[in-house]
Design a protein around this ligand. Structure first.
Ligand code: SAM
Length: 323
């Protein structure tokens, strides 16, 4: 499926819930959000049907996210359903890792291909300050459990901010010095509660790492068109990655679309461009495909966070969009 600028859309992120068991300061208010009513969420059957339509139009990689996807019951049945859809080659998960150890056996059995685990601090007190939950030990255990599954693609995601900047060197040393793991730094975007926090740029993080460990050397990308650029550090077994939507825009190569927990097809993280699919599910597959194709054709050329801090995406906050 191509948009009007000729970008090939083959990757879809699906937020399965806006609920979360953490309250990261840049993502959710302490009291949580008014959750989407259960009847307004896409059911697993609806997601699998839409997955089939999108696969028929060229989407081959799906990432399940949230909120926290593992708080939605029986996620393994969704993974199994999506993996049985013709054309869907990979199903991945993005999670905070808290509930991973108990669910990974079912998820991998269902065919899960990989997991990205979000972790912003390795100091217990700071972790609790950022996530408002005393859960560092559980996340570390979740990471260890994920690494014990051969064949499961495991990566770590960290959002560098003024709050955790003193942790970044320690995290690199702890996770990637002696382990074949990727630690990716994602620049904070001014979306939802992210607007109230101060992120650290790629160049600031690079400087900290290079001062501590020596030069970062670029590595060949994992998948062409992916937004992450990977680097090695001298003597490190694992890799450092940068996903830098603020200082290294990758909109020209953007291959992704998003489905929010309430069934809105969002064609750009910043803008409300797209279409509410949930109310249209009574239509035939053919009609839905036409509606989807029109929405994708109209995908914005690029985000404009830096120039405009545009607030038109406020209809959905990050926990509904899924990061
Ligand atoms: N609960 C899951 C998790 O923690 O990974 C999935 C949802 S969470 C919204 C997905 C990712 O988005 C996390 O890595 C989180 O740190 C990141 N995120 C949230 N708000 C962000 C923002 N304003 N800018 C950049 N990343 C953000």
């Amino acid at each position: 499926m191509l948009d009007s600028l000729g970008r090939k859309i083959n990757y879809m992120r699906i937020s399965v819930t806006d609920r979360c068991n953490l309250r990261c300061v840049y993502c959710m208010p302490e009291t949580g959000v008014d959750p989407v009513a259960h009847r307004d969420l896409l059911s697993y059957e609806e997601i699998i049907r839409l997955g089939g339509l999108f696969a028929g139009m060229g989407v081959s990689r799906i990432r399940l996210t949230g909120g926290e996807p593992l708080v939605r019951k029986n996620l393994d049945s969704l993974v199994r359903g999506l993996k049985s859809v013709e054309g869907i080659k990979h199903v991945f998960l993005t999670t905070n890792g808290i509930l991973l150890p108990e669910q990974l056996p079912m998820l991998t059995e269902a065919g899960l291909d990989g997991v990205n685990i979000s972790i912003d601090a390795v100091d217990k007190t700071l972790f609790k300050e950022i996530t408002r939950f005393d859960g560092l030990d559980k996340v570390i255990y979740g990471i260890g459990t994920a690494l014990s599954y051969p064949g499961l693609d495991v990566k770590l995601n960290c959002v560098p901010t003024e709050q955790n900047e003193r942790q970044l060197v320690t995290m690199a040393s702890m996770f990637v010095k002696n382990t074949a793991l990727a630690l990716r730094f994602i620049e904070l975007m001014p979306v939802g509660h992210g607007k109230n926090n101060k992120g650290k740029s790629e160049s600031e993080v690079r400087a900290m790492l290079e001062t501590a460990f020596g030069p970062l050397t670029p590595l060949t990308p994992d998948s062409p068109g992916g937004p992450c650029r990977y680097y090695s550090l001298p003597g490190f077994v694992g890799r450092i990655g940068f996903i830098s939507p603020m200082t290294h825009k990758f909109c020209a190569e953007c291959n992704r679309i998003r489905l929010t927990s309430d069934g809105f097809l969002k064609t750009c993280l910043q803008y409300n461009k797209g279409v509410a699919l949930k109310p249209l599910l009574g239509k035939s597959d053919g009609e839905l495909k036409e509606i989807i194709a029109r929405a994708v054709a109209d995908k914005p050329a690029c985000h404009n966070f830096i120039d405009t801090e545009d607030t038109r995406n406020d209809k959905h906050i990050m926990s509904q969009i899924g990061g």
